[in-house]
Design a protein around this ligand. Sequence first.
Ligand SMILES: [Zn+2]
Length: 141
Amino acid sequence: MDLQTPPQPVPDADSAGFWAATAAGELRLCRCADCRRWHQPPLERCPACGGATGFELVSGCGRIKSFIVVRHPAVPGYLEDLPYVVAIVDLDEQEGLRLPGRLLDADPARVDVGRAVRAEIVDLPGGDFRVVAFRLAGPAP
Ligand SMILES: [Zn+2]
């Protein structure tokens, strides 16, 4: 097993717009053109109103909903970063709009639910993809 290369994304018809945006250094999420609700994971049609969806920029600002501290090399590619934090982030745009991502340069002892974070697009080792990560963006609540 290659211990240097993390698993690579496999874009499909629904997520292609997301990956095209991250490749361009942007965080765009799926949004209904009619009722304006955000949807993550992305969907071709809005489950609320049936409207067509597209990808629109989000602020990348949010708060930690939950997190884990990774202390063992469960995923290839991040050995030198151990221990590190993987967070689920509630984005400011809409209640329940959530994204997972690594929390960069954060002391796990200083991370807590409710902390403000902001998204950043970073290179994924071992391929051509760029992915969403987060950084702490403010003082502890
Ligand atoms: Zn809709």
